[in-house]
Design a protein around this ligand. Structure first.
Ligand SMILES: *Cc1c(COP(=O)(O)O)cnc(C)c1O
Length: 229
């Protein structure tokens, strides 16, 4: 399968899932997750019309970005972020999906170059309370959101989560539904909030059925990832 076929298939899956949920296809944005992918692979997908790409590792992204400087790509940082790497992310990315503490948000706001405009922020929720995952509990969302919304160089856009993939379909759907309720509540307090970032290659249909506005897709676009060296 070529990357063009993969993109077509992913768009079809989004379209079908949206239709089944009685939603418009354009309500769901596609973020292409390009961790471990070469600049050439990213460029090929970009040339097919894909604009938004997500990266997980700061150094890997910094190594690849120069080769793609001529592409009008919207870069999303979606991996765990150490505070000592916040400046690079504030400088080179348009979005951060993995904000999980005030200190990090404050640094990103301070370090965001003023000429770039505000950095778009999603707060990461650890929806299934997994030891191995970053993110805050839903009970902490309202207060962190309020603090982030007050920071001058950030724009609060929504929430991101990675539910535990090893749970039954019904509890996975419940996790997505709980995120959707939290998103709706957050939107009522912060009208600028418009992004519910949930759903990956294996669970995008379920996430869209429950209200996702942005799916983050790697494998279904680029094929299986090579093992990490
Ligand atoms: C890798 C990754 C994805 C994409 O996962 P696939 O299963 O390859 O689609 C999405 N979100 C995050 C945060 C990731 O790290």
């Amino acid at each position: 399968m070529s990357i063009a076929d993969n993109l077509k298939n992913v768009r079809l899956r989004i379209q079908k899932a949206a239709k089944n949920a009685g939603r418009g296809e354009t309500d769901i944005h596609l973020l292409a997750v390009s961790k471990t992918r070469s600049p050439d692979e990213i460029r090929a997908l970009h040339e097919l019309g894909q604009k938004a790409f997500g990266e997980n590792y700061v150094q890997e992204a910094l190594d690849k970005l120069p080769a793609l400087a001529d592409c009008s790509i919207e870069w999303h940082f979606i991996g765990p972020l150490q505070s000592n790497k916040s400046r690079a992310v504030a400088t080179h990315f348009d979005w951060v999906h993995s904000v999980d503490r005030l200190r990090l948000a404050e640094r990103l706001s301070q370090q965001r170059p003023a000429n770039l405009g505000p950095l778009n922020i999603c707060i990461q929720i650890n929806i299934d309370n997994e030891e191995s995952k970053s993110g805050i509990a839903l009970s902490e969302l309202e207060s962190l959101a309020q603090q982030i919304a007050a920071l001058p160089q950030l724009r609060l856009r929504g929430i991101m989560a990675i539910p535990d993939p090893d749970q039954e379909a019904s509890s996975l759907a419940q996790s997505f539904a709980n995120l959707k309720s939290a998103f709706d509540q957050l939107k009522s307090l912060h009208p600028e909030v418009d992004t519910l970032s949930m759903g990956m290659s294996d669970d995008m249909e379920c996430a869209i059925a429950e209200g996702s506005t942005q799916v983050r897709i790697g494998t279904a676009l680029f094929g299986p990832r090579p093992p990490k060296p």
